[in-house]
Design a protein around this ligand. Sequence first.
Ligand code: NAP
Ligand code: MG
Length: 495
Amino acid sequence: MAIAVGIPESVKGFLDGKPKGLFIDNEYVDAASGETMASINPATGEPFAEVQVANEQDIDRAVASARKALEGEWGTMSPDDRGRLMWRLADLVEANLEELATLETLDNGKPIVAARRDDIPNVAAMFRYYGGWATKNHGKTIPVSAGNFHCYTRHEPVGVCAGIIPWNYPIMMAGWKLAPALACGNVMIVKPAEQTPVSLLRFAELMREAGFPAGVVNIVNGDGPNAGGPLARHAGVDKVAFTGSVETGRRIMEASLGNLKRVSLELGGKSPNIVFADSDPDERGDGALWGIFYNMGQDCTAGSRLFVDSGVYEDVVGQLVEGAKGLTVGPGLDESVDMGPLVSQEQMEKVLGYIEIGGGSDGARVASGGERVGDSGYFVQPTVLADASNDMRIAQEEIFGPVVTVIPFKDEDELVAKANDSIFGLGAGVWTSDIKRAHRVAAALKAGTVWVNTYGPVDPAAPFGGYKQSGHGREMGEYALDLYSEVKCVWVNLD
Ligand code: NAP
Ligand code: MG
């Protein structure tokens, strides 16, 4: 596989070869740590940019800056003005779409076609949608019976928020947190994942250009223990919004105990994608294929447990294998690829390890793929592990890569019990042409999102989040306003 794609023109201005500082108070500042780290281009395994990394002292500085912004111009800005800034940002994101999409592909590896079509437009849509909420997140008057009182509620910002985000959709994951937080009048410090520290810095520059006052958003790069931990523990942080692994989610909750800060968690998944025999034969093959291989399977809602009705099992596995073999794997900057590399060497090794377990001790059948592609970059073939059962490790543990575990089933009750037999409960798919079955199964599944005859669409207006160990709280939609608002009840004696 030839990897002949260099650094595109669109990002040459931004990637000037110097290590990027921390973004605090609308400026790049030097980290007290004096340390830097590289961002590796997963398509080549070579560094393409360098960033400075934060330590505890830098986190203190970012929190102080955020607090000052909250108590300053931002805290007294009218909801209408906040909304306008958000809309201006949405316009700037669209105007700079090519540059942002390119940075996302260099940082993360994903196909640029997907970054252009999905990641970046989604963030613009988030800011437009929540820009509208800035003027609509209002309280109520309450007709109390306790006496002659005028009783009403006010929705106030929670305060200084921290967004700790993963590497799979860097700008989008930040946007899912920033947009509702800012609409509700909060300020936010964002810590990107180590693997993808670059693209969000350009996004922060656009926030400055849109006119957000200094300190409303601060970006602190760094690793989990030295930057994420101090942020999650910080007494000056009122809320942490986290997306990532269950294990880190637990640490974030522990770190919140000191000041009992609010925590919302969007963690992993092992989502069942369920194909009934009565589903449309032309739709279900692609549904199974893209349910898992979108974003190289590095998606918290990836349809990684594919349950297939035994009546159509051979057909569907055949379609899936044929589809997987037809996918082109290559550098994300190549416009023709369906799948890019995985994000890092570590992630590639983890995924290859699970494939070995699947075909080895678990005893599933490697029906397609299973190998690394090439020897530079972190490419893995789209892999189908067939004839599996729900108690295998490859059915219970999150692989977070292009690997689907296919499990046959015979009847609906047995299927529902197995689909729900997981520590996770994030997403689920149901493929059927029986409308009664569709609603019955959607109601029975323990998952925050159920897609029927589709898989994976998200929208700023639609809530997203998990049951069980997939997390707490719902991002997006009207529901996310709750994550970023305190409710104050005011009583006025009218006698
Ligand atoms: P992770 O460690 O949970 O990383 C998520 C974020 O938390 C990163 O910014 C990370 O920083 C930070 N972090 C790590 N340790 C921390 C700590 N002690 N205190 C505060 N923040 C901390 O996830 P990962 O290592 O990137 O990936 C591991 C697994 O998580 C994946 O294989 C996948 O199963 C799952 N995952 C899920 C999602 C999702 O959307 N639900 C997304 C990504 C990954 P560093 O980057 O420096 O570690
Ligand atoms: Mg990590």
